[in-house]
Write a protein that binds this ligand. Structure first.
Ligand SMILES: Nc1ncnc2c1ncn2[C@@H]1O[C@H](COP(=O)(O)OP(=O)(O)OP(=O)(O)O)[C@@H](O)[C@H]1O
Length: 288
C-alpha cells in the first residue's frame, strides 16, 4: 500500500521542469528524499500538498485521487514541516495554538504543549522573536499534534543544532512504532537518513534517478579504488563516475564481485555513503 503515488507527473516552470515523475512512497516507512540544490525537491513536495498544480499526470495521496476536493481532510491527516516556518510572525505559540485547534479536527493541545516543553520553545514570545531553529521546532510540534499519519518534512533539520537533530531523529523513530505512520523526509544531511530511512529517492534536474531500499542501495553500490593498469574500456563499463589522479582511479560500481574476481587485491572495494552515491551518479551524468 502506498501513501503517495505519482504517475507521469509533468510540470514546466520558467527555467525548470519536473519530468515524467513516477514515484511510489510506501505506507509505514521512512523515505529519504535527496538531490542537489535546485533539483526539484521542494517543487515536487509543493505539488504533493496541492500548493502547485501539475501540467499533466496524477497524484494519489493517502488513497485520494482528487486532492483539491479533499484538501481539508488531507491536511488533517498530513503533518508538514518546512525548513522555515510559515506562521504569522505576530502570533505567539499560545495564540497560534488557538487557530490550529479550530482547523484540525484531531488537534491535541496537551501534546502540542508537551512537545514545546520538550523542545524548549517559549510559548509566550512572538514567533518573530523566536530563533530560526525554535520556529522549526514550533512547526514540528504543530505537525505532530493532530494525529497525522503522513509527515512531509522538507529540510526540517537544516537549521537545527546537532543535539536537537539527534533528538528529532529519535522522535521520528518513536513515531514509526505506529505502523500506520509514513514519513517523507527531504534533507541534505544524508547521514541522518543512514540512521533512520528505509527507502531513498533521488531527484536530479527534475527527474527521479532512483527509488530503492536503503539496504539495497548500500548492498548494490560499492566504491572501488585501483591502479591505472586495470582501467581499460571493458572495465570502465563496470564503473560509475570514474575519477583519476596520480595515484590511480576511484569510482563507484554495481559489479564489485566481478571486479574482485578479476583483480583480487589489486582493487580496493569499500562501502559507499549516500553522499557518495549522489556524487558518483552526478559525476557520471556530467561525463565522468
Ligand atoms: N516559483 C517558481 N517559479 C519558477 N521557478 C521556480 C519557482 N520555484 C522554484 N523554481 C525553480 O525550480 C528549481 C527547483 O527548485 P526547488 O526549490 O524545488 O529545488 P530543491 O531541490 O528543493 O533545492 P534546495 O535543495 O536548494 O532546497 C530551481 O531551479 C528553482 O529556481
Amino acid at each position: 500500500m502506498n501513501a503517495i503515488e505519482l504517475k507521469q507527473l509533468n510540470k514546466k516552470m520558467r527555467n525548470f521542469k519536473l519530468k515524467d515523475i513516477n514515484l511510489k512512497i510506501p505506507k509505514g516507512y521512512i523515505t529519504g528524499f535527496i538531490g542537489e540544490n535546485g533539483s526539484g525537491k521542494t517543487t515536487l513536495i509543493n505539488h504533493l500538498i496541492g500548493l502547485k498544480k501539475e501540467d499533466s499526470g496524477t497524484i494519489e495521496l493517502l488513497g485520494f485521487e482528487d486532492i483539491e476536493s479533499n484538501r481539508v481532510e488531507l491536511l488533517n491527516r498530513i503533518g508538514i514541516v518546512f525548513s522555515e516556518d510559515n506562521f504569522p510572525q505576530k502570533e505567539t505559540a499560545v495564540s497560534l495554538e488557538k487557530t490550529l485547534k479550530m482547523f484540525y479536527k484531531n488537534w491535541n493541545s496537551d501534546q502540542f504543549y508537551q512537545y514545546l516543553k520538550r523542545f524548549g520553545v517559549e510559548t509566550s514570545s512572538k514567533i518573530a522573536r523566536l530563533s530560526t531553529g525554535e520556529k522549526v521546532k514550533l512547526s514540528i510540534a504543530a505537525a505532530l499534534s493532530h494525529e497525522a499519519e503522513l509527515l512531509i518534512l522538507d529540510e526540517p533539520t537544516s537549521n537545527l543544532d546537532p543535539t536537537f537533530r539527534i533528538e528529532f531523529l529519535e522522535l521520528l523513530q518513536e513515531l514509526m512504532m505506529d505502523e500506520e505512520m509514513t514519513i517523507l523526509f527531504s534533507t541534505h544531511i544524508t547521514s541522518d537518513l543512514e540512521h533512520i530511512a528505509d527507502y531513498i529517492v533521488m531527484i536530479d534536474d527534475g527527474e527521479i534517478l532512483f527509488n530503492m531500499e536503503l539496504e539495497t542501495l548500500t548492498e548494490t553500490y560499492k566504491k572501488v579504488k585501483g591502479p591505472f593498469e586495470v582501467l581499460d574500456d571493458e572495465i570502465k563499463e563496470l564503473l560509475i563516475g570514474v575519477k583519476t589522479s596520480s595515484l590511480g582511479f576511484q569510482a563507484m560500481t554495481k559489479e564489485s564481485r566481478i571486479l574482485e574476481e578479476l583483480f583480487g587485491s589489486k582493487v580496493l572495494i569499500e562501502p559507499v555513503t549516500i553522499d557518495e552515491v549522489m556524487y558518483y551518479i552526478k559525476h557520471q551524468k556530467r561525463g565522468g
